[in-house]
Design a protein around this ligand. Structure first.
Ligand code: GCW
Length: 690
C-alpha cells in the first residue's frame, strides 16, 4: 500500500514537472522536427543518405514505369533486411493494376517479392511497400495482395485556362498553360508521383464549366505534354468538353447531338486528340447545368448527347463521363429530386463507354447529405460517384475538416435496392474535385493534403476505415511519435462533424452566403431562382424548421428504395443527422434525448464550437513535436476556424431566434452581435468564386 502510494506520489510529481517544464525546454531547444514547407506531402523528405537496400528489377525490362518503381524504392524505402525483387507474373488474381507483396524463402535466404501482372502494378506495389514499412509494418511479415475496387479513380480539376481555379483555395492552377508545352515544370512529375502513390489513375485537367478553347490544336499540344509526364505513372488525362464547341470552334449552326455534322465534328476532334495522345481518357461533360450548353437545348436527351460523344471516342478506347448534376428553375417542386427525375428513366440507354457521374448527395457537396438516390437505381448504367475534395462548403482551406468520414459515409451507405448493396459496390469510377493548386504545400494547408490522400485511398479500397487512413497519413506526414498520433487522430476524426455542427446540424443544408459560399447566409431570400436561396432549403418560420420531403411534402423519399424510404418517412426512424433534410418539424418537437428540437439544435451548434476549441488545445499540446512552419500555420488556421465557428453559430442562432422568438437554453451564450450585423458582412474578395 505504502509503496504504491509512494510510487504514485513520485509519478504524480514527475508528471507535473514534465507538464510544466518540458514544453518550455522543447521551445528553448527549438523544434525537434525538421522544418517542412509541406511540399513533400505524405511521401516524406528524401533521406540524407538513402538506405542501401538491394533492389532487383524484372529481367530485361525497359519500362519507364518500372524504372519509377525502382527509383521510388531506392529513394523512399527504409532499410529492410532482405533484397527486394520486382516480378511480372501472370496471376489473374492481381487484375490489371493490383500487386502482391510477400516473402519468398529459399536456401539463400529471404527475398521480398513485389509481383504484378503489369508494370503499373509494380509501381503501386512499390509505393505500398514503402507505406507499409514507413508506417511501422514488419517487412518480414508481408503477405498481401491488393487490387483496386474501382477501375477509374480520378481527380477532377476545376481549373480555367487563365490559371483561375473555381472553388480552389490553394492558389493558381498547377497547369501553366501559357508556358506549356515548351516548358514542362518538374512539379508536374511530382504531382503525378503523389497521385500514383495512392492509386489515382485519371485526371481531368480543366474545369467542367469548360472553355471550348481547351479543344483547340495549341491546347491539345499542351495537354499532350502533360499526358507524356503522367503516362509512366499510370495516369490518363481527360478533358472537360463544352458541348457547344462545334459552333464556337467549328462554325456549325448547331450543336444538336443528333445532327450528323455535329457528330462528324466530334469524331474528327477525337481523332485529332488521339493522334497526339494515344491513351487519352476521354471527355467529362457538364451539360444543361448552371448555364452550360447541352442536348436539352435542342430537345434531345442526356443519353443522346452522351452517346454521340461516346461514338466519337469508342474506336480509340475513350470514355465519356457525363455529369448528372442538373437542376432547373422550371421544376418548382424540389431541387433534390431533379437529377433522379432526369436520369433514372434513361437507365439502359447509355452506351457502354459512358459513365454517368453522380454527386455524393442530391444537392451539392454540403457538409452532410444523404446518399444520392441514383446510386443503385440505374443498374444498367455505369455510374461514378463525385466528391468534392476542395472544401467549398467546409471552410475553404483554413478550416480543418478531415473528409474521410464524409467520403466513407456515402460509400458505405446501403442503397436498399439489393441486399448488401452499398454505394461503393455500384461504382465504375470515383471522382474527386481536386483541392490542388500552386501553393507550395499543394492544398493550402497541411491537413488538406489528408483529404487528397484519403480520397484516393478510399477510391482504391472503400472498405478502409477513415481512422486507419488518418493514422497512416499522420505517421507519414508528421512522423511516428505516439504523442502526435494521440493528439492528431482525434482532431481529424472529430473535425468534419464539428463543421456540420457549427454550419448546419440535424440535416440543415445550403445555408451559405451567396456566390463565394464563405460564411453563413441562412436569411438570404432575394436571389433570382428560388432554389438558390437558403430559405428554400431550411423553410424555417415561426412554427418550425426543415424541408418536408415525405409524401406530405416533395416526396423526394420516394426516389429511394422502399426499405429506405419507409425509414425516412417518419422523423422517429430518420437518423437525427438527417432529420431536417427530410422533415419539417415544430421547434418543440421532442427529440430522442428528451429535449426539444430547438434545444438540440443549439446544443449541436455549441458542440461544434467546443470541438474546435478542443482541436486547438490538442494542437497546442504537440508544439515542438511538429516542425515549426507546419505547426504554426495550422495553429493560425485553427484560430481562424475557432473565430468562424463562433460566427457561424452566432449568426445562425440570431437568425433562428428572429423567427421562433425562443430563448436560448440555460448556459448557452447569446450571439455576440445582433442579426443585422451578421447580415451586413460582405466578402467581395473571397477566393475561388468565379
Ligand atoms: O458546387 C457548385 C459550385 C460550382 C460548380 C458546380 C458544379 C463547377 O458552386 O462552382 O461549378 O457546383 O459542380 O458544376
Amino acid at each position: 500500500m505504502r509503496q504504491g502510494r509512494h510510487r504514485r506520489g513520485i509519478t504524480g510529481w514527475a508528471v507535473r514537472f514534465c507538464a510544466a517544464v518540458l514544453p518550455l525546454l522543447l521551445l528553448l531547444l527549438g523544434p525537434v522536427a525538421r522544418a517542412s514547407d509541406g511540399y513533400s506531402l505524405w511521401l516524406g523528405e528524401p533521406a540524407p543518405t538513402p538506405a542501401a537496400n538491394r533492389i532487383e528489377a524484372p529481367a530485361g525490362s525497359s519500362s519507364p514505369t518500372i524504372a519509377l518503381a525502382m527509383a521510388e524504392l531506392r529513394r523512399s524505402l527504409p532499410r529492410v533486411p532482405m533484397p527486394v525483387r520486382l516480378v511480372l507474373a501472370d496471376d489473374p488474381a492481381l487484375g490489371d493494376e493490383g500487386f502482391g507483396l510477400r516473402i519468398a524463402r529459399s536456401g539463400k535466404g529471404q527475398t521480398l517479392l513485389i509481383t504484378a501482372r503489369r508494370d503499373i502494378g509494380l509501381l503501386y506495389g512499390a509505393f505500398a511497400l514503402v507505406r507499409h514499412v514507413r508506417t511501422g509494418g514488419d517487412p518480414g511479415e508481408l503477405a498481401l495482395t491488393s487490387r483496386p475496387a474501382v477501375p477509374l479513380r480520378m481527380l477532377n480539376h476545376w481549373d480555367n485556362i487563365d490559371g483561375f481555379v473555381e472553388r480552389g483555395y490553394a492558389g493558381r492552377s498547377l497547369w501553366d498553360w501559357w508556358t506549356l508545352p515548351d516548358f514542362v515544370d518538374p512539379r508536374y512529375a511530382d504531382y503525378a508521383r503523389a497521385n500514383a502513390s495512392v492509386g489515382i489513375n485519371a485526371v481531368v485537367l480543366n474545369n467542367v464549366n469548360a472553355s471550348a478553347e481547351s479543344l483547340t490544336a495549341p491546347y491539345i499540344a499542351k495537354t499532350a505534354a502533360l499526358a507524356d509526364v503522367f503516362r509512366p505513372y499510370g495516369i490518363r488525362v481527360f478533358l472537360s468538353a463544352r458541348l457547344s464547341a462545334p459552333q464556337e470552334l467549328g462554325g456549325l449552326p448547331t450543336a444538336d447531338p443528333r445532327n450528323p455534322s455535329v457528330a462528324a465534328w466530334w469524331r474528327e476532334k477525337a481523332d485529332e486528340i488521339y493522334r497526339s495522345i494515344p491513351d487519352f481518357g476521354g471527355f467529362l461533360v457538364k451539360a444543361n447545368s448552371e448555364g452550360q450548353p447541352g442536348p436539352r437545348d435542342y430537345g434531345a436527351s442526356h443519353a443522346d448527347g452522351a452517346n454521340m460523344l461516346a461514338a466519337a471516342l469508342a474506336r480509340h478506347g475513350g470514355t465519356v463521363i457525363w455529369r448528372a448534376f442538373v437542376y432547373a428553375d422550371t421544376d418548382p417542386t424540389d431541387r433534390a429530386k431533379q437529377a433522379y427525375a432526369e436520369f433514372q428513366p434513361l437507365d439502359g440507354r447509355f452506351a457502354d463507354n459512358v459513365i454517368v457521374q453522380v454527386k455524393n448527395g442530391p444537392i451539392d457537396f454540403q457538409p452532410r447529405e444523404p446518399a444520392h438516390p441514383l446510386f443503385g437505381a440505374m443498374p444498367a448504367t455505369r455510374l461514378a460517384a463525385e466528391f468534392q475534395i476542395t472544401k467549398e462548403y467546409l471552410g475553404f482551406a483554413t478550416h480543418l475538416a478531415y473528409l474521410g468520414p464524409l467520403f466513407a459515409e456515402t460509400l458505405a451507405a446501403p442503397t436498399g435496392h439489393r441486399p448488401g448493396q452499398t454505394v461503393a459496390s455500384t461504382l465504375s469510377a470515383i471522382a474527386g474535385v481536386a483541392n490542388i493548386g500552386r501553393d507550395r504545400d499543394w492544398t493550402g494547408s497541411v491537413f488538406n493534403q489528408a483529404n487528397w490522400y484519403v480520397f484516393a485511398r478510399l477510391a482504391w479500397d472503400p472498405s478502409l476505415a477513415p481512422e486507419a487512413v488518418a493514422r497512416e497519413w499522420i505517421v507519414q506526414t508528421f512522423g511516428a511519435e505516439p504523442a502526435v498520433l494521440a493528439a492528431v487522430t482525434p482532431m481529424m476524426m472529430q473535425s468534419r462533424e464539428a463543421v456540420v455542427d457549427y454550419t448546419g446540424p440535424l440535416g440543415l443544408a445550403h445555408l451559405f452566403a451567396t456566390g463565394h459560399h464563405y460564411g453563413p447566409g441562412p436569411w438570404v431570400d432575394d436571389l433570382a431562382r428560388p432554389e438558390w436561396n437558403p430559405v428554400y432549403y431550411h423553410r424555417a418560420g415561426p412554427s418550425g424548421i426543415g424541408f418536408d420531403r415525405t409524401a406530405t411534402g416533395s416526396n423526394a423519399i420516394a426516389q429511394y428504395a422502399p426499405a429506405i424510404a419507409a425509414r425516412l418517412a417518419r422523423p422517429e426512424t430518420t437518423p437525427p443527422e438527417l432529420l431536417l433534410w427530410f422533415h419539417h418539424l415544430p421547434w418543440d418537437f421532442p427529440m430522442p434525448g428528451g429535449g426539444t428540437l430547438w434545444h438540440e439544435l443549439v446544443r449541436r451548434y455549441d458542440r461544434g464550437v467546443a470541438t474546435v476549441h478542443a482541436m486547438r488545445r490538442r494542437w497546442a499540446s504537440v508544439r515542438g513535436r511538429i516542425d515549426e512552419p507546419r505547426w504554426h500555420k495550422t495553429d493560425s488556421f485553427l484560430a481562424i476556424q475557432a473565430r468562424e465557428a463562433a460566427w457561424w453559430r452566432d449568426a445562425s442562432l440570431a437568425y433562428w431566434m428572429s423567427l421562433n422568438h425562443l430563448p436560448l437554453p440555460p448556459g448557452s451564450a447569446a450571439p455576440a452581435h445582433d442579426l443585422e450585423w451578421y447580415r451586413q458582412q460582405r466578402f467581395p474578395h473571397a477566393p475561388g468564386n468565379p
